[in-house]
Design a protein around this ligand. Structure first.
Ligand code: 5GP
Length: 121
């Protein structure tokens, strides 16, 4: 399955250095940075540098090095932000029903207080 990637999305611009970001961790294949509109005391976005639209695109098509790097970066963010002891929430919105705004795969890593119910409509 191929996914149509839009090079004009805002995270592609961040990766090209066209707009600034508040970087938490950067590796060869991944970037973690603070969400511009945080929904919790800690709200970090973790993205692969590769052109993946959604989490299922990444799951199906990322190479082993990219995938390993992504999850190692995830673990490093949890550690460096002190999220392991009290816990955290991870969200990945995908597509229309997921209300995904930015069509470049990202994990929202949320923590720093109790998150409340998982869904609200
Ligand atoms: P989505 O709805 O696609 O899962 O979430 C996109 C997220 O990207 C939102 O939480 C939004 O606040 C964040 N965001 C949008 N534009 C920017 C930006 O220019 N910089 C940063 N750091 N975050 C952004």
């Amino acid at each position: 399955m191929t996914y149509a990637y839009d090079d004009t999305n805002i995270f592609a611009m961040i990766l090209r250095g066209e707009i600034p970001n508040s970087t938490v961790v950067e590796t060869d294949h991944s970037l973690a940075f603070r969400d511009i509109h945080p929904q919790a005391p800690v709200h970090i976005l973790l993205i692969p540098k590769g052109k993946y639209v959604t989490i299922d695109d990444f799951a199906a098509n990322a190479g082993p090095e990219e995938a390993a790097d992504f999850w190692a970066t995830f673990a490093s963010v949890i550690e460096s932000e002190g999220l392991r002891e009290k816990g955290f929430r991870v969200i990945s919105n995908a597509g229309e029903h997921g209300l995904q705004e930015v069509p470049h795969f990202h994990l929202h890593i949320l923590g720093g207080h109790a998150m409340g119910p998982i869904l609200a409509r």
